[in-house]
Ligand binder design. Structure first.
Ligand SMILES: [Zn+2]
Length: 189
């Protein structure tokens, strides 16, 4: 396999040469990046000529994908804080109750708050956990992870080996979720 780049019109395209028979051209969401997969024996000139002949099609695909991306964004923005609050208020009691049973801990109060740098917090003395409002706009796995994380603090306040063992026990996939969350906020929990 061999990877190069060429410019089609004003659009950069990645070219990947492989042991295949036919040329393939694809435009990828969400950025509209272009990738051409070409047979090994085909010269760059020939690939470029082919891509140029498809330039209108490439442009149309890119427009379509970028339009889709904008629409997706505006749907997300349509989820107002009020919507998020209602959504979480409905979802949280059952989730907390289920994890209370699974982990053998009691949460006295679970509240929702808009937070800039944290996904959740736990006041272990008051047995109160706070959940970031923003989680309503994110995959439900994230909310679950934050709940289990904060509830685990009712057993172990730090983030050391004992805490990690609890997480491994109750939510084996937690490390992946943690990584995902960290990409969005430099997330402290
Ligand atoms: Zn924590």
């Amino acid at each position: 396999m061999e990877m190069t780049q060429l410019t089609v019109g004003e659009i950069k395209a990645d070219v990947l040469k492989k042991n295949i028979k036919n040329l393939h051209l694809r435009v990828y969401a969400p950025t509209g990046s272009v990738r051409i997969t070409a047979p090994l024996r085909m010269t760059l000139d020939a690939i470029q000529a082919f891509a140029l002949s498809k330039l209108d099609w490439i442009k149309k695909q890119r427009q379509r994908l970028m339009h889709q991306e904008r629409q997706t964004h505006s749907i997300e923005e349509g989820k107002t804080d009020e919507w998020c609050r209602t959504n979480l208020r409905e979802a949280l009691p059952a989730l907390v109750e289920a994890w209370e049973a699974a982990m053998g801990v009691q949460v006295k109060e679970c509240r929702i708050k808009k937070m800039k740098t944290r996904w959740g917090t736990c006041n272990t003395k008051a047995r109160r956990i706070w959940i970031n409002l923003e989680l309503a706009r994110r995959p439900s796995e994230w909310l679950e992870y934050v709940i289990v994380h904060e509830m685990a603090h009712l057993i172990e306040s730090g983030h050391g080996p004992r805490f990690r063992a609890l997480m491994d026990k109750y939510l084996p996939g937690w490390r992946l979720r943690k990584d995902e969350l960290r990409h969005v906020y430099n997330a402290h929990l």
